[in-house]
Structure formats: C-alpha cells, structure tokens
Design a protein around this ligand. Structure first.
Ligand SMILES: NC(=O)c1ccc[n+]([C@@H]2O[C@H](COP(=O)([O-])OP(=O)(O)OC[C@H]3O[C@@H](n4cnc5c(N)ncnc54)[C@H](OP(=O)(O)O)[C@@H]3O)[C@@H](O)[C@H]2O)c1
Length: 261
C-alpha cells in the first residue's frame, strides 16, 4: 500500500517520547518531514537526531508548551519556515493527572482543559490556513475514555469526549477543503504514561506495580499492552493517502479492552 507521504510535512505535537514519537518515527520511515515538539529542548534534540539517522524524511524540533498560545503559534511558524507546508497535524498532549471529582480544584480542571482540549483547538486554528492549501489530515490522540469512562481519571473522561464533539463537527466544516479529521483512542499502550498510572494505582492499593499490570492485562482480550509501533501503524494509515474516505470517526487501538459497542 502506498501511503504517498514522501515530501509531505507533519506537525506532531507532544512527541518527545511515547505515542507522539512513535508516530513521528513511522512518518519519517514513510518519507514525510516531521516537526517534533515537547517542553524540554534537551529531550528533543537527541530524538530529532535519531529520526534523522533513520531517513528518509527530515526531522526538526521545536520546544513548545502546549498550554501557551504563543508557543503554539511558534510551532506552526517553525514548520512553515522550515518546510513551507503543513499536510498533517497530529494533536497530542501530556495526560491529565489522575484523581476523583472531590480531589480536584478549579485550577486543576482549568489546566487540564487548556492542555487536553484547548491546545487541540488552538493547533487546528493555527495550522488550518496551511492545511487548506492542498487538503490534509488532522489526527487527534484521545483515550479509550471516549467510549468507556476510566475510574479515577475524571479529567480524561471529561475532556477527551470534547475532542470527539469537536472532531465530528469539523469533519463537516472542513470536508469542502478536503481536510479529513479523525481520532484514535489508545487503550493501554506501553509508554511512560501507562507505567505512571499503573504506579499510581499500585500505591493506592499498596501492592507491587506487577500486580496492577497483571490485572490490567488479564482484562484485555489480547492479554498484553500494545506497543507504540502498533499504535503508530494505525495513526499513519489515517494520516496517509490510503485514508481517503474516513473522517469524523474515532478508532480504538485497545486489544479489545473496551466492552462498549
Ligand atoms: N499510552 C496509552 O496507552 C494512553 C492511553 C490513554 C490515553 N493516552 C494519552 O495519550 C497521550 C500521549 O500518551 P503517551 O503514552 O505517549 O504519554 P507520555 O509518554 O507521557 O508522553 C507525553 C508527551 O507529551 C509531552 N507533553 C506533556 N505536557 C506537555 C505540554 N504542556 N506541552 C507540550 N508537550 C507536553 C511530553 O513531553 P515533555 O514532558 O518533554 O513536555 C511527552 O512528549 C496522553 O495525553 C495520554 O494521557 C495514552
């Protein structure tokens, strides 16, 4: 299958590690140029070097805190300044803190809104003029919480579903410009984020993290966590020319974990 990504440019938000980095890596292998980002420049530099050592596309990095509108503008500007075009936007961000309703203050709610929903809105607004030039793809990273709320993750359960409303609405508004927008929802893909959440649960229950991992895996029909590469395969398909007729949809990558139909 020809993804037809050579010479195209992707802006991948929050991609210094984990799911975002795996998507950037797969895009580079398919010949796309990529801008990776995160808050920490020292983390980004070696990651961009690693991507450039793979070929065939070119990678650059730009430090950006997605809660800052000026950083989001800078990110899009850097992409245009270097590559002259944006064909793909991958909306991603760090995960919100775990916690139940009674534990969370207005400040925490506001911070999660800004990181996990408003940054997606702002990045779409900033990249839209360029996506409109040739048509393109927007891919949002959400969570299995869009289908089934996760206990102890009320911030994710609330704001990720907002991404779905946004995306479904934009699918109609952007279709005349041949911009397709979709969402992928990870279940449990083995990254630092999942390790952190497993550790939070282990501490709460006073057990070893291995116990929590074993419980989680036994609830997944495929009996294991997914790999970032498996997740990136789906992402790159949705971003590529191979996807020409799917927009406004949300796709679980969860090994069958979510039981909702
Ligand atoms: N892995 C899963 O199975 C899973 C499941 C459900 C949902 N998710 C969600 O999917 C997203 C990505 O997950 P992941 O597993 O790849 O997480 P991760 O390994 O923790 O990576 C998060 C990335 O976000 C960046 N980031 C965090 N805060 C940022 C900010 N304010 N501005 C810019 N970049 C920021 C981090 O870089 P810096 O720290 O250097 O800024 C890092 O590159 C998260 O929102 C996560 O909650 C993941």
């Amino acid at each position: 299958m020809d993804f037809n990504l050579k010479g195209k440019t992707a802006l991948v938000a929050a991609s210094s590690q984990g799911l975002g980095f795996a998507i950037a890596e797969k895009l580079i292998r398919e010949g796309a140029n990529v801008v990776i980002s995160g808050r920490d420049e020292t983390k980004l530099k070696p990651k961009a070097e690693r991507l450039n050592s793979i070929g065939t596309g070119k990678a650059i990095y730009q430090a950006a805190d997605l809660t800052r509108p000026s950083d989001i503008k800078l990110l899009a500007a850097r992409c245009i300044e270097t590559f002259g075009r944006i064909d793909m936007l991958v909306n991603n961000a760090g995960g919100p803190p775990a916690g139940e309703f009674v534990e969370l203050s207005d400040d925490v709610w506001q911070a999660s809104f800004e990181l996990n929903l408003l940054s997606y809105i702002r990045l779409i607004r900033e990249t839209l003029p360029y996506l409109k030039q040739r048509g393109g793809k927007i891919l949002n990273i959400a969570s299995s919480s869009i289908k089934e709320p996760i206990p102890g993750l009320i911030l994710s359960n609330t704001f990720r579903t907002g991404i779905i409303g946004l995306s479904k609405t934009l699918a109609s508004e952007l279709a005349p410009d041949n911009i397709l927008i979709n969402t992928i929802a990870p279940g449990r893909i083995a990254t630092d984020r999942v390790k952190h959440l497993d550790q939070v649960n282990a501490d709460k229950q006073g057990v070893d993290i291995g116990v929590i991992e074993a419980q989680a895996k036994s609830a997944i029909p495929l009996k294991r966590y997914g790999t970032p590469e498996e997740f990136a395969n789906v992402a790159v398909f949705l971003l590529s020319d191979a996807n020409s007729y799917m927009t406004g949809s949300a796709f679980l990558v969860d090994g069958g974990m979510v039981k909702a139909i």
